[in-house]
Design a protein around this ligand. Sequence first.
Ligand SMILES: Cc1cc2nc3c(=O)[nH]c(=O)nc-3n(C[C@H](O)[C@H](O)[C@H](O)COP(=O)(O)OP(=O)(O)OC[C@H]3O[C@@H](n4cnc5c(N)ncnc54)[C@H](O)[C@@H]3O)c2cc1C
Length: 248
Amino acid sequence: MTVRGVERLSPRMARVTLAGPELRGLTVEQPAASVRVLLPSPGERELVVPSWNGNEFLLPDGTRPPIRTFTPCRCDPEALELDIHVVLHGAGAASQWAGAAEPGQPAAVSGPGRGYVVDGDAAAFLLAGDETAIPAMGQLLEAIPAQAQVRVLVEVGRPDARLELTDRPRTSLQWCDLPPGATPGDSLVAAVGDAELVPGTRVWAAGEAAAVQRIRRHLFENLGLPRGQASVRGYWKHGRSGDSDPGA
Ligand SMILES: Cc1cc2nc3c(=O)[nH]c(=O)nc-3n(C[C@H](O)[C@H](O)[C@H](O)COP(=O)(O)OP(=O)(O)OC[C@H]3O[C@@H](n4cnc5c(N)ncnc54)[C@H](O)[C@@H]3O)c2cc1C
């Protein structure tokens, strides 16, 4: 499959449309699911398909291929198109690819991986995430029943990373600006710590791995939230390339 088009949703987010017959049969049933995208190695135009050595995928030269995880956004089985929204954070294979992608460039996709099962009976939800979680949170806001109360906390690295996320009723949206130089996740962790959770609230959180670990501790150790009421997922790891979530 190839890149069909690229559009800037904000200075920090690109929508990349992938298209090709390989997308036949790809269906995404749940919100906040995942797909894994194989990219050309940096500086290359051709896509080299890696082989599985029983433990990991490797390229013929023994290096690890750039495979990154994204939220499948629009998935059109007729047009055989798939959109992913990629944060343009700077020096990363996917970020650089999305920032410079041109129609016709090759890519490959596998998946989908599991998404989130929305409890249709829950009266309240807390959604917390950073910029990488904006695509998933948009889908969750559409999937959560209209009668539920939803609190949304989104950490952004810069104010112009804000995107239109929802006009859903019974929803409060709070953008949490990360001060320059602060550790990713600090503002989100603080906002989650301040959030009041009514009994029975379902929590979905995703973002930087160490930050979501702090959120996990707050929810389970400080608040004693039953584990079944929360889904907390590391989406990337500060200072490390690749996925932080082996289950993605
Ligand atoms: C289930 C799941 C769904 C995801 N959905 C999305 C999605 O829809 N959109 C999206 O953009 N990302 C999403 N991610 C996160 C994405 O996979 C990672 O951010 C990935 O590391 C980006 O790859 P890269 O090649 O750009 O950077 P990498 O090569 O992985 O990392 C290079 C450097 O950049 C840093 N870095 C990586 N990501 C970020 C970031 N977002 N902000 C600041 N620094 C960063 C790393 O710590 C490292 O130091 C998802 C992850 C998972 C597990």
